[in-house]
Structures are given as C-alpha cells and as structure tokens.
Design a protein around this ligand. Sequence first.
Ligand code: NAD
Length: 264
Amino acid sequence: MPKLTGKTALVTGAARGIGAAIARAFVNEGAEVIVTDINVEGGQATADEIGATFARLDVASEADWTAIAEKFPTLDVVVNNAGVTGLEGPFDGPPPAHDPENAQLADWHAVHAVNLDGTFLGCRYAIRAMREKGAGSIINISSRSGLVGIPMAVAYASSKAAIRNHTKSVALYCAGQSLNIRCNSIHPAAIMTPMWEPMLGTGPDRAEREAAMVADTPMRRFGEPEEVAAIAVLLASDDAAYMTGAELTVDGGILAGSAATPGS
Ligand SMILES: NC(=O)c1ccc[n+]([C@@H]2O[C@H](COP(=O)([O-])OP(=O)(O)OC[C@H]3O[C@@H](n4cnc5c(N)ncnc54)[C@H](O)[C@@H]3O)[C@@H](O)[C@H]2O)c1
C-alpha cells in the first residue's frame, strides 16, 4: 500500500543527489511531487524522469517563494533540502577559506542565505500552504554538521545547527496553534552524492580517498541517497503522526560514539 497517496509534496534542491532521491521515493509512494531547483535543466530532467512537475526556485529568494506560493497555494509535504557548503566551486583561484579565523563575511553570508534563509522561507511557506487543511509534514535536511563542530566549514556547520533549532521552533509553534503540522529534521552524513565530487576528485587514488573519508564511520561506507529518502518517506507519511520536533541521524553510526569512545 503506497504511503503517500493523495499527498502533494514540494522538494527543494531536487535536481540531483538526496533531493532527487526523495522526490523519486515520494512519487513511488503515490505522491504528486513538485521538483524545484535553481538548476533548470537538471531539475526538469529529473522531474520528467520520475513523473513529477518542475518549478524553478532559488530558495534564498523571497520573490521566488512568493511565486511558488501563488502557483502552489496548498501542499501536504515540504522538504527543505537545498543546501551548499560554499566549497562547491569551480573557483578561479584556490577555494575560499571556511575556517573561523580566515573566512570572509560574504562567504559566511552566502552559505547562510541558501541553507538557513532558504529553510526559514520554506517553513514559512509550508505553514501557510498547510494551514487551511490544518495538517502536513515539513522535513528539514540538516546534517551531522549541525550537531558537531566542523572547523573547515564553519558557515555550513552554523547554518545546519540553526536549521536543527528552527525545526523545533516550527514544531512547537504549529502544535501551539493546534495545527497538525509536524516539522522534523534529518541529519545525514557521508551520503554519496555529487556534493562529494570536488573532494573525491578523479584519478587512481579516488578509491583510496573514498575509503579514508569513511574510515571513522562505524559502518565503513558511504550512505546512499535512497537511504535518506526512506526516512523522508517515513516522516512525510501518517506513520510518523506523533513525531514532531525530532532529529533523525542517517550517518552509518558516526554520532553514536566518538573518537574517545572507550575500546575504539
Ligand atoms: N551528501 C552528504 O553527504 C550530505 C550530508 C549531510 C547533509 N547533506 C545535505 O543534504 C542536502 C542535499 O545534499 P546533496 O548531497 O544532495 O547535494 P548536491 O550538491 O548533490 O545537491 C544539491 C542541490 O541543491 C541545488 N541548489 C543549490 N543551491 C540552491 C538554491 N539556492 N536554491 C535551490 N536549489 C539549490 C543544487 O542545484 C543541487 O541540485 C543539502 O542540504 C546538504 O547539506 C548532504
């Protein structure tokens, strides 16, 4: 029995990676899906492939969200997935510093504009689009980096930590308004998507680099986008009817322990 029949869902940053996997899983579970992205070509291709509708949306743009609200005034599920590290490139010179001593304010703001402003605007839109029915599910894609410090990607870590907290504020606000609008965060880590490509590179030592990157992951492998999508399906469905303000890690066990765990 499909879990999302009769529901309409919008997913941001769904041209590729985790967002595309979530959109595909939602379609497979019977939902009507709106794939959104700034990448028009990629977003349209994904939507065509999975049988969804595409709409261009830069999550950092309030005007874009207003246009989306006019086009899709009611919804059941919103997934705020679009996110950047600030290290995607390509860059003319060396990549910008993202450590706390050398990062530029403009680079810090640019990452927060997409990750945090985008999630704030997406949650605001979602509550308004779900208010009439008085029910819905908002899923915010945070990160392992929202739960621990990341010294070389401080804007990313800060924005993801703020997403975790905003999720709980939204959950409490909706419950306080007697709305059955649930809001939860997912915290993936090391999921094999194009986001990792600049760090993995090409060439003979790619496999070695890949293994080194998951050496500290208890399950010793990267996760698949579909393994995050399955959790998004759960949160979007009525099976998660009593879950709000929760944070779910999908990280191969990374956050279950630490380097200081006795016996490790
Ligand atoms: N891959 C991982 O290991 C991992 C780990 C933790 C968290 N995450 C989070 O999961 C989410 C998806 O990551 P991914 O690995 O699939 O990344 P990805 O880079 O493969 O895909 C991100 C998508 O977001 C889109 N995007 C970028 N800026 C946008 C904007 N301003 N408006 C709309 N769309 C925009 C891109 O065009 C792209 O299609 C992100 O929020 C990321 O931080 C990923």
